[in-house]
Design a binder for this molecule. Sequence first.
Ligand SMILES: [Zn+2]
Length: 272
Amino acid sequence: MSHPVDASRRPENHRPLVIAYHSVSSTWSSTLAVSEHQLREQLRYLKGRGYQGFTFTGAENARRDDTLPERSVVVTFDDGYASTMLAAPIMEEFDYPGTVFVVTDFVESGDTLAWAGITDWQRPETIDELRPLSWNDAALLVERGWEIGSHTATHPLLTRVDDRRLQDELVRSRAVIRDRLGSCTSLAYPYGQADDRVADATRAAGYEVACMLTFAHIADEPMRRPRVGLGTRDHGVRLTVQVSALGQAARRSRIARLARAMHFRRTWLPSD
Ligand SMILES: [Zn+2]
């Protein structure tokens, strides 16, 4: 993928390809789900093209140290569906570690995941798809080399909550992950969205790196790393964001136009 010239960035300082999945399921018709077969085929494609796997924080550290290889990939899973466990053996076939961003109140309670965008699936036929990972699952993933990051405590759209709630979502979720698993250095913003206020609060809460999920990759700094969503149309709020003035401006960029062209070709990887 080509990028605008940035004089502050040394040419040898490569960027990782950060991809975003949600659920791993062959039985769920949601666009949030990728089947085990699709996941394996997409990873096989990456491996075949020489992409080395990193955790999200691992890639950020390597980038800072200027040791990131030319082709590196970070495979992330948002929300913390129990089905994320199905990805672990598939990832291992390709020697890729995963990074999963959990919504900590649900991991604590074991209640099925519920927020704007997925509540329509809380029907008897599909409720099982919304089961959360347990702390035991998360610990098993850590043992297998995965990173567990925060996706906040309750999954609100952070750009719309007040400062007090913002602080609580960021600090409380990080604290419980540290308490349960020993470390929490990264965060994925619910609905992939963060503005300056949210990014500043995330840095202040102690996170080292955080990622978005937006159509156009305009921001690219440690608190707003871009990701490419695979096999997903993402959450309901996405539409609102895309028709916003900011969204329109972003989509006028060269990178956004490239991304849109790739979308119409149903290509899920940046060209190179
Ligand atoms: Zn989410």
